[in-house]
Design a protein around this ligand. Sequence first.
Ligand SMILES: C[S@@+](CC[C@H](N)C(=O)[O-])C[C@H]1O[C@@H](n2cnc3c(N)ncnc32)[C@H](O)[C@@H]1O
Length: 257
Amino acid sequence: MNTPSGKFNRTDFGHEVYDRWYLEHARYNFEVGEFIEKHIPFYEKALQLSKNDNILEAGCGIGSYSRAFARRGYDVIGMDLSPNFLSEAKTITQRENLEIEFVLGDYNEMSFKERFSVIFFEGSFFYKSKQGLVSLLTRIYKALMPNGRLYFEHPNQSKIINRFPMANLSEIEKDVFVLQTGEYDEDDNGSRNTWLKIDLKTQKHYKCDFFLKYLSPDKIKKCLEEAGFRDFHFYKKRRIEDFEPENDNGFSLVAKK
Ligand SMILES: C[S@@+](CC[C@H](N)C(=O)[O-])C[C@H]1O[C@@H](n2cnc3c(N)ncnc32)[C@H](O)[C@@H]1O
C-alpha cells in the first residue's frame, strides 16, 4: 500500500473521541507548567521574541503554551480543531485572568495574510504527505508578516523508525486502559497507529486510527524552500544547539520569512 488510506487517513488523533477521553483520563499528557517554563528561554532566543510579537499557537490543545506566552506579555491566539479542548482552554485562561483569543480551526486550512509575526507548533505539527506538508508550509508562509518566524518540533525520521513496530498496553487509572499499536510503512515513510481506550467502569471505549508521516530533515528543507522559506535553522529539540542528524531523536525548527 503506497498511500495512507481508509481508516488511517487522518493525522489529527481522531479528535472527537480523543479529546473527551483526554480531558477525562489523560490530561497529564498535556505539557505541565514546569516543563513549558523550562523551555520558554529557548523559544524566546531561537525565535528572537520581542514584546511586539503576535503569536499564533497552532494546535494549542488546552492552551498551556498560549498561556505561558500570554503571561509574559505576548499577544497570542490559540487555534485547535477540538471544541472540547478549546472550551477547557477558555475556562482555565479566564480563571487566570489572561486574555487570549481561541479559535476553532484546522491549521491545514488557514488562510490568513501577513497576520502573525510568529506561528508556533509544539506537539501538534502533523502531515500525511509531502504535498500536504508543502501546502501547510505555504499557508504558514502567507500568514506570516515580513520577518515572521515559524517554529515546530519534529521527530528525526531515521531514528523514529526504530520505535516500530510497537505495542503498549497500560492501565492509566484503575480499570482504564490504553492500548497503542503502531507500525512503520517504509514505502510511505510514516506510521500507522491505532489507539484503543477502554473504560471498564463506564463501559465506554474509543478507538482511533491515524497516520503520521515523517519526512527526513533534508526533505523537510526542500519543502520549506518550496513554500518560500530561505532562512531556517535546525536546533536540537528545545535546545539552542545545532541538531545532529546522526544522534538526535528529533529537532526544533525555526524558519524565517
Ligand atoms: C498532543 S496535543 C498538543 C497540544 C498543545 N500544543 C500542548 O502541547 O499542550 C496536539 C493538538 O493538536 C491539535 N491538532 C491536531 N491537528 C490539528 C489541525 N489540523 N488543526 C488544528 N489543531 C490540530 C489536536 O486537537 C491537539 O489539541
